[in-house]
Design a protein around this ligand. Structure first.
Ligand SMILES: Cc1cc2nc3c(=O)[nH]c(=O)nc-3n(C[C@H](O)[C@H](O)[C@H](O)COP(=O)(O)OP(=O)(O)OC[C@H]3O[C@@H](n4cnc5c(N)ncnc54)[C@H](O)[C@@H]3O)c2cc1C
Length: 225
């Protein structure tokens, strides 16, 4: 996965298929992200609006490096979609009797931490565990919310406050305008490692913490109706 640029203009790319065994070519998903002033005219959120690459290709005109050719990637896409980066305040509650929220409906975080789906999957596991513990009751949903909402609130606020993984791109921009010979001279390794470890810990995917935990739902567990 590569992330290039800074808060105002950024390009992210990663493979979403295995490489073809003969050509070595994989399907790539990429994101070209541009920041506009808050009062700029913007289109209502919609994940499926087809975009015109000519609207943004010129911004990346000289982003050709010996290891990635950004304009070529943009021009090579079969289809391109446009969507706004949407940030919402964490909700004060999710549960009302026998109804609760999960996934993006409960915690639509600003999408910079690459973990919205992971958090939604954890929601499902925790709901399952609480149903096992409390039966098919509103108490199970309250217990799920009590455990998960503080965590997803912290993740959402961290993403917003530059605590997410890609915040380091802006650090480089601020410190040297993006021009350097050795990245270690701009950000010491320890600083990078500490930033990554902090976010992993907030989001709950610190490898050590995860491996030390028992399964959320024990194998073979069943809810008695
Ligand atoms: C471009 C992009 C990149 C992302 N990258 C990552 C990533 O790298 N890692 C990661 O972990 N997360 C990522 N996410 C976030 C992740 O996709 C979401 O957090 C996750 O899909 C949320 O799951 P969900 O089930 O809560 O909601 P959704 O996946 O949005 O599912 C909701 C479903 O409900 C359906 N629906 C809506 N209204 C109705 C209705 N009235 N009746 C019936 N069905 C309805 C919708 O069609 C949809 O299928 C990314 C998101 C986007 C947009």
């Amino acid at each position: 996965m590569v992330m290039i640029g800074h808060d105002s203009l950024r390009f992210v790319a990663y493979p979403i298929s295995d490489p073809d065994p003969e050509t070595g070519i994989a399907t790539i998903n990429w994101i070209a992200e541009k920041q506009f002033p808050l009062d700029a005219d913007w289109k209502k959120e919609d994940w499926n609006r087809q975009a015109d690459i000519n609207d943004f290709l010129p911004l990346f005109d000289d982003w050709r490096f010996d290891w990635i050719d950004v304009p070529a990637l943009i021009e090579g896409a079969d289809v391109v979609y446009e969507y706004p980066m949407v940030d919402r305040d964490p909700l004060p509650r999710w549960t009302d009797g026998r109804v609760t929220l999960m996934g993006d409906a409960a915690h639509p975080t600003y999408p910079v931490g690459s973990n919205g789906a992971s958090q939604a999957i954890i929601d499902a596991r925790v709901i399952g565990a609480k149903l096992l513990e409390h039966g098919l009751t509103p108490a199970a949903l309250e217990a799920y919310e009590a455990e998960v909402r503080p965590v997803t609130t912290a993740v959402g606020l961290a993403n917003r406050a530059g605590g997410g993984p890609d915040a380091v791109l802006q650090w480089v921009e601020d410190r040297c305008g993006g021009a350097f010979d050795t990245i270690d001279d701009v950000i010491p390794r320890e600083e990078l490692a500490a930033h990554a470890a902090k976010y992993k810990s907030i989001a709950g995917f610190s490898i050590e913490e995860l491996n030390a935990r028992p399964p959320i739902i024990p194998e073979g567990a069943r809810v008695n109706r």
